[in-house]
Design a protein around this ligand. Structure first.
Ligand code: AMP
Length: 478
């Protein structure tokens, strides 16, 4: 049997997380012989695929805060939650997002299933929500239909900090209203969420890219402008001239930025309807006193956008801008997928980026409540009684810590001390038989024996009092 270790192909350079605590264990290619047949088992790489990562319990406090704020805010604005699969038929995305976009041409994960279905991991959430809207006949519901969804999305992009191949988005979609008052309300909701997360120093960039009617004329002008400067464009933008000329406007390459600066602007070529729509959006935002910047370069990558587009940017100490979220109108999307004409607007927040930004500015996180009481047990009968007591107290809403797997009282009390609890309930062999418990005050070290039925009230009394800050070195009587 060969035990030669093969080189782990995933180098630490490829890992997005900088905090690798331990070197990866080398995995070994296993060869075994079964019924005379040589079976080679590929080694297991002890990390997820490139650009994907674990979000460990000690990182959850920021994620929890984001989830809590979202859960609180979306119902206030009349959204109902919808959960949809992460996998859809590839055509849905190709049709809605459009060929010639980075998402479809480069980033989408597609594969053929064993049943020969062409499917894709969702590169964004709106297309799936639009599919669900049509499939479940939601067009007959009172308008507007507001849907909130949250979950992972997948993009085969070059990973770096803040850009992952699996990342999480909170997605808001409103179907059935054309009025720009909804656009303003959605931007207000985004402001509200970011404010509740402590992210006040962000910029809202808005633009209107018009409707298919006015955009056609505009794109012709844009193409002839860029054709005249073709030599100065990057290779990708030269190709975009044929596939998606609008996208040249938000290319980050210096030379393209320079060329784009003098390009015709969408807002100067809107039809009357689109101009009025954009104008009234800005009036609503002014009324709400929500600051914004009009960014004529903002076009967003996907085909389905019409009229309003917006993005939320943060700026770090080095002046680097990052998009925390973005969205816009997609008045033709439902129709293009075969549904009844239904105007719509939506936006998505990138949760990974929100968390990074919260960490950067040291915003408040959400820590799970800490137990103030511990149960320790000694002996088999005591363990049974403690397990039952834990369940009874927990049902009464009392948070308790324990280490039932441990046998030694000393080590259990050490754990209680490490957790900084104020009281430990001890059940030994004698107490288990007498139906009593010992209540040990972890601050003073004093203890008393009380009947089991009085434990609940005693616990409630402790929990009503203000939590004690426990200086661990004072407790030397354990
Ligand atoms: P988009 O639909 O591309 O505007 O994405 C919405 C939001 O998701 C962006 O504003 C980012 O905050 C976030 N986002 C997009 N792509 C990634 C990625 N690859 N990794 C992490 N977050 C992302």
């Amino acid at each position: 049997m060969s035990k030669k270790p093969i080189k782990n192909k995933v180098s630490s350079k490829r890992n997005v997380s900088k905090k690798i605590v331990k070197p990866l264990k080398k995995s070994v290619k296993k060869v075994s012989v079964k019924a005379g047949k040589k079976i080679v088992q590929e080694p297991i790489v002890m990390q997820p695929p490139r650009g994907m990562r674990d979000i460990l319990p000690n990182e959850q406090e920021y994620w929890n805060r984001v989830r809590m704020v979202l859960d609180k805010e979306y119902p206030k604005y009349g959204f109902g939650r919808i959960d949809i699969p992460v996998l859809e038929y590839s055509n849905l995305f190709i049709r809605s997002i459009g060929k010639g976009t980075d998402l479809i041409d480069k980033e989408i994960y597609t594969f053929v299933t064993k049943g020969k279905d062409k499917v894709a991991l969702r590169p964004e959430i709106t297309a799936g929500v639009a599919r669900a809207f049509i499939q479940h006949g939601m067009n007959v519901l009172p308008k507007p239909v507001k849907l909130f969804s949250i979950g992972p999305v997948y993009r085969y992009d070059r990973p770096q900090e803040g850009r992952y191949r699996e990342h999480f988005q909170a997605n808001f979609d409103i179907f059935g209203e054309e009025d720009s008052v909804l656009d303003a309300q959605l931007i207000q909701l985004a402001y509200r969420i970011l404010g509740a997360l402590g992210l006040k120093n962000v910029q809202f960039q808005v633009n209107s890219i018009g409707c298919p009617d006015c955009r056609k004329e505009y794109i012709d002008m844009l193409v002839s402008y860029f054709e005249s400067k073709k030599k100065k464009l990057c290779k990708t933008c030269k190709a975009r001239l044929k596939t998606n000329p609008l996208r040249i406007l938000d290319c980050k390459e210096d030379k393209c930025v320079q060329v784009s600066a003098n390009a015709p602007q969408t807002v100067d070529h809107l039809c009357n309807g689109c101009r009025d729509h954009f104008k009234s959006l800005l009036e609503y935002l002014d009324e709400l006193e929500l600051p914004y910047a009009i960014n004529p370069q903002l076009v967003r990558g996907l085909d389905y956008y019409t009229r309003t587009v917006f993005e939320i940017w943060s700026t770090d100490e080095e002046g680097k801008k990052k998009s925390l979220g973005g969205g816009g109108r997609y008045d033709k999307l439902i129709e293009s997928l075969g549904g009844e004409p239904t105007p719509a607007i939506g936006f998505a927040l990138g949760i990974d980026r929100l968390v990074l930004e919260m960490k950067r500015i040291k915003a408040k996180s959400y820590e799970n409540p800490k137990p103030r009481i511990f149960i320790a047990q000694l002996g088999n009968l005591a363990k049974k009684k403690s397990l039952k007591l834990f369940s009874d107290l927990e049902r009464d809403g009392i948070l308790i810590a324990e280490s039932f797997g441990r046998g030694s009282l000393k080590s259990q009390l050490r754990t209680a001390n490490r957790l900084g609890v104020e009281m430990t309930i001890i059940i030994g062999q004698k107490e288990a038989l007498d139906e009593t418990v010992i209540m040990k005050n972890m601050i003073t070290g004093t203890q008393e024996t009380v009947p089991q039925e009085k434990v609940l009230n005693a616990m409630k009394k402790i929990l009503k009092s203000k939590p004690m800050i426990i200086k661990k070195k004072k407790i030397n009587n354990i």
